[in-house]
Design a protein around this ligand. Structure first.
Ligand SMILES: Cc1ncc(COP(=O)(O)O)c(C=O)c1O
Length: 420
C-alpha cells in the first residue's frame, strides 16, 4: 500500500517557487473532514466535544479552523492558554491539563474560566494559594490507574504505574472530598492512558475504566461527576501497513459501555469529552524537504535541507514517518538513509535504518508524511538550527503562509551581546 499527498509534482514545484523548502504544509480540507468525522462518530453523545490538544500543533490558524468545526482546546501551559483565548475560545471550551504547574498558569486558566484538571492531590492547595484563597466551582482530576491497568507493549505513553502523571486510585476519593470542602460544586474526571493507539478495544477499555471510577466516586464520596474526559491517544496509521483506527467501532463500543454502566444511574446524562491532538492534525500535515547532498560511505546517505529541528519523532521515539520522492513514484528502489545536518547521529528521518526509496538525486523533493502533530511543535534549536515555517493548503487550492521561518535574529534575540 502507498500513502498519498494532496498535491501533484506541478503544484508542489509552484509552491516551492514562492516558499523554498523546507516547510510544513497542512491540508485544510482534510483537517476539516477529520474534525467532522470525529464529531459525527460521537454524535450519539449529547454535548460531546474534542478539546484539541494544542501541544500537538500550536498554530492559531489551525486552531481557528478546528474551532469552526466545533472543537475546544486542551491547553497545558501559559502559552497554550493564551493561544486558546486569542482564537476566541471561552470558558469551558478550554480545558487546562498541566503538571508540575506554576501559579501564574493556574491564575490564567481561572481568569479564562477554563476547566482546571489537577494532576495531583497536592495541587489542590497549590491552586488555592495561586488563586489567593479562592477555588474554582468546577474542578477535574487526572486519574492514573497505575498497576490496575495493563497497557499494550507499543503504548508510547508507557505503563501507567511508571508515568509521572495523575492521581492514584487510592488518592482519588480523598482528592474530591478536599476539593468539595474547598467549595467545588461541579466535578470532572480525566485520564490519558493510551497514546498513538490503533487498537479500538484499548480506547473502549479506557472508557470502561473511567465510567466505573465515576460511579465509585459517586457512591463513596457522593460527588456527582458530570464530565468524563478520556484524553487523547487515537492513533495515526503512520506505516502504509498500519490499519487506520475505526472511529465508529471506538464510538459504538463506548456507547455500549455507557448504556451498560451509566444509563439510568444518577450520573446520567454524563458528558463525554476527549482531547485528541495527533489524530486530528497528524495525518493532515507534511514536511517538504529537498535533497541537498549525497554521501556514499557505509550507507547511501541523502542529506536534506531539513533536520530534527523540524521533526524529532524519528530521532526521539524511533517513530516511522513515510517518505515519498515527488515525481519518482513507481521507480526502482535502493536502500538509502535520509539525514539532516545536525551533529547528532539520530538526526535520521529513516530512524537509523536504510529505507528502500527511489534513487534520490540532489534537488529532488521529498514528502515526509503525517507530520501535522508533535512535528513542528516539538522542534528545538540545538546546534543553532532554525525551525522552518508552516503553510496552509486552503480548500480553494491557494496557499497561505501561517508561520514564517525562524531567522538568525530570532535565534540571537535573547542574547544581549555586542554585534549579535
Ligand atoms: C494530557 C494530554 N492530553 C492529550 C494529549 C494529546 O495526545 P494525542 O496527541 O496523542 O491525541 C496529550 C499528549 O501528550 C496529553 O498529555
Amino acid at each position: 500500500m502507498s500513502k498519498s499527498f494532496p498535491f501533484d509534482e506541478k503544484k508542489i514545484k509552484e509552491i516551492i517557487a514562492t516558499y523554498p523548502t523546507p516547510f510544513h504544509i497542512y491540508d485544510e480540507a482534510a483537517l476539516r473532514q477529520t474534525a467532522r468525522n470525529l464529531k459525527q462518530a460521537f454524535s450519539w453523545s449529547k454535548d460531546y466535544i474534542n478539546y484539541f490538544a494544542v501541544k500537538a500543533n500550536p498554530n492559531p490558524y489551525l486552531m481557528e479552523i478546528l474551532k469552526e468545526e466545533g472543537m475546544g482546546a486542551d491547553a497545558s501551559s501559559l502559552a497554550e492558554l493564551i493561544l486558546s483565548d486569542k482564537i476566541g475560545l471561552k470558558g469551558q471550551q478550554i480545558m487546562f491539563t498541566s503538571n508540575n504547574t506554576p501559579p501564574d498558569e493556574y491564575k490564567k486558566a481561572y481568569e479564562l474560566g477554563a476547566v482546571i484538571n489537577l494532576d495531583d492531590i497536592s495541587q489542590i492547595g497549590v491552586l488555592e494559594k495561586a488563586l489567593g484563597g479562592k477555588f474554582p466551582e468546577f474542578i477535574s482530576f487526572r486519574y492514573n490507574p497505575g498497576p490496575d491497568l495493563q497497557t499494550g507493549e507499543g503504548n508510547t505513553i508507557g505503563s501507567p504505574k511508571d508515568a509521572k502523571f495523575g492521581v492514584t486510585t487510592a488518592q482519588l476519593p480523598e482528592a474530591y472530598k478536599i476539593a468539595r470542602d474547598k467549595g467545588a460544586k461541579r466535578f470532572g474526571l480525566h485520564t490519558m492512558v493510551v497514546s498513538n493507539e490503533l487498537n479500538e478495544d484499548a480506547h473502549i477499555q479506557t472508557a470502561t475504566m473511567i465510567f466505573e471510577m465515576a460511579l465509585k466516586l459517586s457512591d463513596e464520596v457522593g460527588v456527582n461527576i458530570e464530565q468524563v474526559n478520556f484524553g487523547g491517544g487515537l492513533g495515526v496509521a503512520y506505516k502504509p501497513t498500519d490499519k487506520e483506527i475505526d472511529l465508529e467501532k471506538v464510538s459504538q463500543g463506548i456507547k455500549a459501555e455507557y448504556e451498560r454502566l451509566i444509563k439510568g444511574t444518577t450520573l446520567d446524562p454524563l458528558r463525554i469529552v476527549t482531547e485528541n491532538g495527533r489524530y486530528v492534525t497528524g495525518p493532515n500535515g507534511y514536511l517538504i524537504t529537498s535533497a541537498r547532498s549525497l554521501k556514499n560511505t557505509y550507507h547511501n546517505f541523502v542529506g536534506v535541507d531539513s533536520c530534527m529541528a523540524d521533526l524529532m519523532r524519528p530521532g526521539m521515539y524511533d517513530a516511522y514517518h513515510h517518505i515519498s520522492v515527488v515525481g519518482k513514484e513507481g521507480q526502482p528502489k535502493k536502500p538509502q538513509r535520509i539525514v539532516g545536518g545536525l551533529c547528532e547521529n539520530n538526526d535520521i528521518f529513516t530512524c537509523k535504518t536504510d529505507r528502500d526509496l527511489p534513487e534520490i538525486e540532489v534537488g529532488d523533493v521529498l514528502v515526509i508524511h503525517d507530520t501535522g502533530a508533535h512535528g513542528r511543535s516539538m522542534g528545538f534549536n540545538y546546534n543553532g538550527k532554525l525551525r522552518h515555517g508552516e503553510l496552509l493548503l486552503k480548500e480553494d487550492g491557494s496557499v497561505k503562509q501561517i508561520r514564517r521561518n525562524e531567522t538568525l535574529e530570532d535565534y540571537f534575540a535573547t542574547l544581549d551581546y555586542p554585534g549579535l
